[in-house]
Design a protein around this ligand. Sequence first.
Ligand SMILES: Cc1ncc(COP(=O)(O)O)c(C=O)c1O
Length: 715
Amino acid sequence: MDKLSTLSRFKASCPFLGRTKTSTLRNLCTSTSTRFPSISLLTERATNCPVMGPALSVRSKEIVAGYASMAGNSDIEQIHKEKGVNIPVDASVEMCPHASAARAAARMADDLAHAAKGKEISSKAAAAAGCPFHKAALEQTVKATGVAPHPVPVSTASTSVSSSTRTGAYDYEAFYNTELEKKHKDKSYRYFNNINRLAHKFPVAHTAKVEDEVQVWCSNDYLGMGNNPVVLETMHRTLDRYGHGAGGTRNIAGNGAVHLGLERELATLHRKDAALIFSSCYVANDATLSTLGTKLPGCVMFSDKSNHASMIQGMRHSTAQRVIFKHNDLEDLENKLKEYPKETPKIIAFESVYSMCGSISPISEICDLAEKYGALTFLDEVHAVGLYGPRGAGVAEHLDYEAQLAHGENPDPIPGSVMDRIDIITGTLGKAYGAVGGYIAGSDDFIDMIRSYAPGFIFTTSLPPATVAGAQASIAYQKIYLGDRQLKQVNVRETKRRFAELDIPVVPGPSHILPVLVGDAALAKAASDKLLYDHSIYVQAINYPTVAVGEERLRITVTQRHTVEQIDKLVAAVDQVFTDLNINRIKDWKALGGRATVGVPGEDDVVEPIWTKEQLGEETGTTPKTLRDGEKDVVDPQGVFVARSRFDHLLGPISGPLRSGYQVVAPAVTTNTTTTSSAASVVPKTMKTGTKLMDFAPRARDIPVPPPSKLSAVA
Ligand SMILES: Cc1ncc(COP(=O)(O)O)c(C=O)c1O
């Protein structure tokens, strides 16, 4: 008998169960409490019940006591001896089923105790809503304490029980419930874990309970720039000078020097005339595509099938016709383009790195088609900026690596380069740059047109100055420091290799994304939960509609700050969870004919990465080394110097060590392509003072272009 039918038996005696719809009960049973992850929403609610609350408390104490008595038993050593159990010195709780069950039980007991703390208000509410048990319990409390309960409005008694007082009116609660029910049914209901990433312990976070720490393996703060010390320093200084909020829209009091400075930084990054920042790249994509698609007469938009929701929404919000082409399929795109006259306005919208499968688009070839058929190119580099290219401008820059590197901080485009051929580049400040916000970059008139027409840009408060300055510091730092990008790729490669060794299916791709195929929604959620609760590893499950049904996965992001030991632990934990839950390995997918490009007969399961060995410094022996537990991460002094100097005119010059416990490590060897480290001070010895490369006050075209030798010294 399942949980639900057991509950139904009590409907007659419990007013809550009696009044609550079966669908609501089902939701409560199957949903994890967001505040107390080891219990369901129904159990959380039951802790407020005068009948169930004490029963649950007694039962959980019994379970914990059972384990505790066993753990405290001196015979335990004897049992281990008899059974031949040798406990290694570095043994962890996860290795013993009894110990990990005891920990899970203790966690549940803790959660139940915390949940029961909110009891009073809910009890009053439930009593007010007519529960005889709560009423009796409250009367007893009043008798004992002499304190009368405050009246509680009925609507707060239960958010799941329909509480409409509008007799004869539309049942809004039922509507919400039906919509949610659909999500549960098709397994697309989203669970949000409570994860609090700790700035000084990256990549570690605490969960709902501050003492419970987990390793984060799915954040899009791809380089940990959200806590880079020069970024934090810049933010603190800006906050002290300009306060918190921007104070208005860009048009009304919310347009400051930091906003203009960031836009100039971005324009230079992509070697475009201009850039425009938005609250997020979701907004940037939506606002830009909807404005262009509506304004361009008779516009047709060609959209890659795997495009992000922000682009899809932007196109839907426009009046343009939308044509979808198969993912990264040039033949299909050309066949579709060819159906329209060359003079018809067209936009090809696509991404460089597709974040759920890790594929990379054929950017150059799409530019060829755009030229041939008279289309604009709109490239989303959200998952690439900061991570690809010698200065972190993205995949379009990476494709001309040597030429772009040699071009240094010259703001002018390299004619005919892939980045130059793209008309519109969009990016985020919220992933590799570790902040929040999005942007577009392109020609002067294009940017001015969007600035003048796009409601998503015009009618909203602009980003706070400290956030904007922090983002600029982050970009400036990553523009000249290659080590983070290189080490990230090294760690990704190593983790992929280790998974392949264990036959764990990783969707093959040339990028930093590491999607571990699970192939079933419930199983993916179970694997994610098991990693979190049994191994203190947080990897979110990715289910439909983000990926196709049957292609559910764990999307792992490896950073340059994950250590050797953390990678070891991740690989072992995923392997264990695959065994525990009997999840398909590569050989199983092969036997089934393949899934999501894994184990497809005749296809290679390894794709050549986009970063070459030479770009990673392997040929010169300058590849950065993976950190070990306890080692400080590298903070590049040149990067710090350059990021600080961006704000000299607004915040005043600053030198000396960074606050915080970060050690600043100087490059021992600096070449055009890589940097290795040894201890030194913040002030870069290789950086010539007076270098004007990084002065962004003037317009891009006014920036003096230094001789090539200086360019390569800082690029
Ligand atoms: C491809 C792509 N474009 C745009 C966005 C939106 O970016 P933001 O988080 O800045 O809104 C995302 C977000 O995940 C994305 O994956």
